[in-house]
Design a protein around this ligand. Structure first.
Ligand code: ADP
Ligand code: MG
Length: 582
């Protein structure tokens, strides 16, 4: 029989392996920048031609290589960064597999110029198809320059697989931006077809974010910081009010490596529940530092996923850290005209484009008519709501109509004019008050004179039985559970929830999407419902004279998040004159 099994040649093996590491020009940019970072470069210049299909060149002022190292660095598994297996657990450098240069050399023409500080003269090496074609002495500054041309010349299938220049350039920008954020202390320059796209001087993290994404990050960025035994968290959150409809500036790093994690992204988004709408995506630049032995080290160079041992704990810590920062830095919506940019048009980043103001006027406000009894009850409610002594510097109150009022506030010793949406503000006040009430350990129940019967289907009954204790712990008393109904005979004291059937439908809905924070979710659902109930009666509250408005504004300012409505839209906007008259 004819022999059919062959051993692949070393060349082919290398090319196959190269496909794993180098998938597109952006992979070369990433690998070479990482090498420059590992070589302690202070400045890194990236030169691109035709989206990297023609040229990728990286020039650094790092340690450089000795003539000997320069000849062996293109060998597979040539690395100066790891000596024993045990080291893998404690890697601090970006690369360690000793594969990148060998891979690149097997699929492209490479020219290396390098010199160390100790050497007087440098080395030039030309590689063609993994073979050294030229190796000579040259004069070159300390550091390393690597040019990669003719990518995939020997693997046409891969070459054809490359996407349009625009898409390949987008990938290059992504890699460049990811690395330049985490290495803000290094100067970076990116030149594409002779045009300077970025010229980033060494700086701090916040300024690097501004260098990359524009001045709108100047003020509206919230620092986050937390240190626990499991994880340390550092970085910035974009202003939740600037959250976008498209996923944009989301940068998460673990031990200074960029990662993608939809799970942790969810934690951040969850922290902004009721500040952003579900279809908005917050920006963030977050750095997690974790003991390397508790994560699955990212052995594969192209994988950005990471497995954590304490995934759930990290989720919770990240969420509460973000929440704390949002609460600490009072976010104020303002009539500013921020720029919105995407990866595709970084050159334009410095330009400020006018945008429409964020507050939309609700012209269809539907007043709610109340009978006498209800009006009286509302006055009582109002008294409960706004019992606030004067402590904020509120002036120049001016009622506009049933929906809006103006007032000034002293913020940072400057008078700031504010426009308030009464209904949204009322929702915010009631929402926070209800959460406080339901979280209060000493909360009381209020018996209903007439128990309220709720009919439910058998599945809902089962769910209700299962979670009865949780619901009761909030102050609802549930009795006489039959196959299709139950009786509610007490409510949390101080709550107005009238439509119990609707409320229980909502609660059961939450229970169906069962998750970890079920009690918190239930409290949130009740608070939202309560906020709606009361704000629908806003016209029966006296909210037009200056005294009652002042009391109300004081109450609002006492909230944790006074300026943002419960669905993420502003309830008060600042009108800063310097934004308009500059
Ligand atoms: P790794 O980064 O995994 O070690 P590479 O193939 O990327 O493997 O690089 C091989 C070796 O070449 C590195 O370990 C390093 O010693 C050397 N090297 C590569 N790039 C540079 C550079 N820009 N400056 C100095 N040395 C470099
Ligand atoms: Mg490397």
């Amino acid at each position: 029989m004819k022999k059919i099994i062959n051993i692949l040649s070393k060349e082919v093996i290398n090319q196959i392996a190269a496909g794993e590491v180098i998938q597109r020009p952006a992979s070369i940019v990433k690998e070479l920048i990482e090498n420059s970072i590992d070589a302690q470069a202070k400045n890194i210049e990236v030169i691109i031609k035709d989206a990297g299909k023609k040229l990728v060149q990286i020039i650094d002022d790092g340690t450089g290589m000795t003539p000997d190292d320069a000849t062996i660095c293109f060998h597979k598994h040539a690395t100066s960064k790891i000596q024993k297996t045990i080291d893998i657990m404690h890697i601090l450098t970006m690369g360690f597999r000793g594969e990148a240069l060998a891979s690149i050399a097997s699929i492209a023409d490479v020219e290396l110029k390098t010199k160390t500080d100790d050497d007087k003269i440098g080395t030039l090496i030309n590689i063609d198809n993994s073979k050294i074609k030229k190796n000579k002495k040259i004069t070159t500054p300390t550091g390393t320059s690597i040019s990669v041309k003719n990518l995939f010349f020997n693997i046409p299938a891969r070459k054809n697989f490359l996407k349009s220049d625009k898409i390949e350039m987008k990938h290059i920008l992504e890699s460049f931006i990811q690395l330049s954020i985490s290495h803000y202390q290094i100067g970076f320059k990116l030149i594409n077809n002779g045009k300077v796209i970025y010229n980033l001087s060494a700086t701090n993290l916040k300024q690097r974010i501004i260098q990359l994404f524009g001045k709108r990050y100047n003020e509206k960025i919230l620092p986050i910081k937390e240190k626990t035994s499991i994880v340390s968290i550092d970085g910035f959150l974009g202003n939740p009010l600037d959250a976008r409809k498209t996923r944009g500036e989301q940068f998460l790093y673990v031990n200074n490596r960029f990662i993608k994690s939809s799970y942790l992204n969810h934690a951040i988004k969850n922290a902004m529940m009721n500040i952003i709408t579900p279809d908005q995506h917050p920006s963030y630049f977050i750095f997690l530092t974790i003991n390397p032995s508790t994560i699955d080290v990212n052995i594969h160079p192209n994988k950005t996923e990471v497995k954590f041992e304490d995934e759930k704990a990290i989720y919770q810590i990240l969420k509460s850290t973000c929440k704390k920062s949002i609460g600490m830095y009072n976010i104020t919506p303002s009539l500013d005209f921020s720029i919105e940019e995407t990866f595709e048009i970084p050159v334009e980043i410095q330009k400020t484009l006018p945008r429409e103001p964020k507050l939309k006027i609700n012209k269809n406000f539907n007043p709610f008519h109340e009978d006498d009894f209800q009006a009286k009850k509302n006055t009582e409610l109002m008294h409960q709501l706004f019992v606030n002594e004067e402590k904020n510097n509120i002036n120049n109150i001016m009622n506009i109509d049933g929906n809006y009022a103006l007032f000034t506030l002293i913020i940072n010793s400057k008078q700031v004019l504010n426009l308030m949406d009464k209904k949204r503000s009322m929702q915010r006040v009631v929402y926070e008050k209800t959460i406080r009430l339901l979280k209060n350990k000493k909360k009381e129940s209020q018996k209903l004179i007439q128990p309220f019967e709720i009919t439910l289907n058998s599945l809902d009954i089962e769910l209700l039985k299962e979670h009865r204790n949780t619901i009761q712990s909030l102050g609802y008393n549930i009795n006489d559970i039959t196959k299709k109904s139950c009786l509610v005979n007490a409510l949390p004291a101080g709550l107005d929830s009238l439509n119990l059937k609707e409320l229980f439908d909502h609660l059961l809905e939450e229970l169906k999407n069962n998750n970890d924070d079920i009690k918190e979710k239930l409290i949130d659902t009740i608070a939202i419902k309560e906020a709606y109930n009361i704000s629908n009666k806003i016209n029966s509250f006296n909210m037009s004279n200056n005294d009652s408005l002042k009391a109300f504004i004081n109450t609002l300012l006492d909230c944790k998040m006074p300026f943002i409505g419960i669905h993420g839209k502003p309830c008060v906007i600042n009108i800063e004159p310097n934004l308009f008259f500059n």
